[in-house]
Design a protein around this ligand. Structure first.
Ligand SMILES: [Zn+2]
Length: 220
């Protein structure tokens, strides 16, 4: 089997490929990312686990894991400004704008195991709105980093607050954590729910209630 060419770290273009993949949903295994250091680390990890890194099924695993990890942490190289771009519009809409059930996949920073679930994001504009598709992309940008769910929730709220200066922002995230489910720490079906509220979502009881009612409407 021919060996993969090796460079010491992921290059700019590798990272761009990962970002591109995250937008266009390509197969991560096919990404042209080459990170010899990371792959070597995974090879060592396999050996430490008592595996034979040279056996057929594992020979390409270090390379795949390196690609997957670059993909799953591609959010470090994104900025809210780049994501939002020119998709800000003057608009006098004064009611709540909400995108529910945004799929979310992240990695907990304590165990580097996945947590996954849904985000519900809402804001009340103050003279301008953002293209709706940008809200899931902002969630994705922060999710594709090593995270704790609490910080992820706050970062999404703060980013929207900063970029739109709206009258208020509300974010609810509900997620399952593999580190809880697989390590037997808690019951298999326990779901962690976090919320972050800014502006009128925090200060006005009626707005907060409306948001939370909508956010939890189909929460199961
Ligand atoms: Zn964890």
């Amino acid at each position: 089997m021919s060996s993969t060419p090796v460079s010491s770290r992921a290059s700019e273009s590798d990272i761009r490929s990962a970002l591109h993949a995250s937008i266009h949903r390509v197969d991560v295994d096919e990404l042209p990312i080459v990170d010899g250091d990371y792959a070597a680390l995974v090879r060592q990890q396999l050996a430490l686990l008592g595996e034979d890194p040279e056996r057929e099924g594992l020979v390409r695993t270090p390379d795949r894991v390196a690609k997957a990890m670059h993909f799953l942490t591609a959010g470090y190289d994104m900025t809210v400004e780049k994501i939002v771009g020119s998709a800000l519009f003057e608009e006098e809409h004064e009611n709540m704008v909400m995108v529910r059930d945004i799929e979310l996949y992240s990695l907990c920073e304590h165990h580097m195991l996945p947590f996954f679930g849904k985000a519900h994001v809402a804001y009340i504009p103050n003279g301008r709105i953002v293209g709706l598709s940008k809200l899931p992309r902002i969630v994705e940008m922060f999710a594709r980093r090593l995270q704790v769910q609490e910080r992820l929730t706050e970062q999404v709220a703060s980013a929207i607050d900063d970029v739109l200066a709206p009258r208020g922002v509300g974010v609810v995230i509900e997620a399952f954590h593999m580190c809880m489910m697989m390590r037997g720490v808690e019951k298999q079906n326990s779901r962690t729910i976090t919320s972050a509220l800014r502006g009128v979502f925090r200060d006005d009881g009626k707005t907060r209630d409306e948001f939370l009612r909508l956010a939890y409407a189909t929460a199961r």
